[in-house]
Design a protein around this ligand. Structure first.
Ligand SMILES: NC(=O)c1ccc[n+]([C@@H]2O[C@H](COP(=O)([O-])OP(=O)(O)OC[C@H]3O[C@@H](n4cnc5c(N)ncnc54)[C@H](OP(=O)(O)O)[C@@H]3O)[C@@H](O)[C@H]2O)c1
Length: 170
């Protein structure tokens, strides 16, 4: 199993506002591309719809979109109604790329977290990263804070799982 949750958050865990990402850090887009590689990416229907049409499906990767609708179509992506079915389909190797609802559902399956911390505080955020419980996760690597060419501070922090919640892996 290699299920990486890949997200960028502000200083307190906000990841989105009104269907978009409320900062501009091009260096994080490059990091996202590297982190997701050529593997499968699993995302919620709202995140799929938030991608500019010219970037969807995300090129070179197997795009999987989760929805509870039975008749949703996403050109260039596979549409599934169940996260476990999606994880099975990709043989347990995937990047989960949001948004808030899907991170929260996928957290129990995750083996790695690849978090970009953005040095801002977003007003009016409406999507959030899951909490990272340090009894379950340990920091594997963290870069120093760097300044984007847009002026925004950011750093990359990766976590690896050290424990499953007491119910054990499911
Ligand atoms: N900063 C970041 O790294 C980052 C990354 C990704 C997204 N975002 C932002 O996050 C926001 C979107 O996040 P969100 O939480 O609102 O939406 P989301 O997680 O992208 O999508 C939610 C939708 O996914 C479907 N869904 C959720 N749980 C499901 C399950 N267990 N099984 C099957 N389908 C399921 C439902 O679709 P239906 O309603 O169709 O049933 C639900 O409405 C946007 O602002 C986006 O820009 C930020």
């Amino acid at each position: 199993m290699d299920i990486a949750l890949v997200w960028a958050q502000d200083r307190v865990g906000a990841i989105g506002r009104r269907g978009g990402i409320p900062w501009s850090v091009p260096e994080d887009m490059a990091h996202f591309k590297e982190a997701t590689g050529t593997g499968a990416v699993i995302m919620g229907r709202k995140t799929w719809e938030s991608l500019p049409e010219r970037f969807r499906p995300l090129p070179g990767r197997r795009n999987i979109v989760l929805t509870r609708s039975s008749d949703y179509a996403a050109d260039g992506a596979e549409v599934l109604r169940d996260l476990r079915a999606a994880l099975d389909l990709v043989g347990g190797v995937a990047s989960v790329i949001g948004g808030g609802e899907i991170y929260s559902a996928a957290m129990e399956h995750a083996t790695r977290l690849r978090v970009t911390e953005i040095g801002v505080l977003v007003d009016g955020a409406d999507a959030f990263a899951p909490a990272v419980d340090l009894a379950t996760w340990e920091q594997a690597t963290a870069t120093d804070w760097q300044r984007s060419r847009t002026g925004t501070l950011y750093r990359f922090v990766d976590y690896r799982r050290i424990a499953y919640p007491s119910a054990g892996p499911r």
